[in-house]
Write a new protein. Sequence first.
Length: 197
Amino acid sequence: MCASSGTGTKALIFSLVLAIGAAAVGSAPVIAQVTRSSVDMQASAGVPEFRDPRTGQIWTPNNVGLVAGPNTPADQAFDPMAQAVRVDGVVVQRAKITPLGMVPITAGPTVPIVNIGDASLRAVPGRRWQVVLYLSNNSGRTVVPLIHCLFTNAGKPVEQTRVLVPAVGGGVRVGLTVYGPETSLFVDRATCRIESP
């Protein structure tokens, strides 16, 4: 009886050691970080537009060419879907940031270190396409983000840009503007993603 009791105690201790070891392994922190943040946006509606000084009529890409009449080559509007122009290479720019406030320190297995949010794409007539976006540093340390943006038209690349962002302190939310191609090139979508960290 004593021998079997000792064997049972050893087996129980061995089972407890295995259970504690499995629990310790199961509760170990997850090393992998979630995928980096990215954002995809369409061009804002109503831009660009032109007001006819004589008639007061406002012309946009949505209403040009809708007037009944002869369809001569001079009456045909520019077809943005047929554009085949692109800017070669990758344009590198340094962004200026504006601190906007603080965010909770939540970076971890399910929250990226740096997060992009609330982005919008618009054209500044006679100048350039712009993406205005907001960046949140979800970590407690200072980071130097690197952003990659792709401006496209009907799924075809128009311009790629790499944005060097100044250091962003831990838990800080900032706003910045990314400049795209000149508005003489049509863009209907931009996709921006964090390359680093």
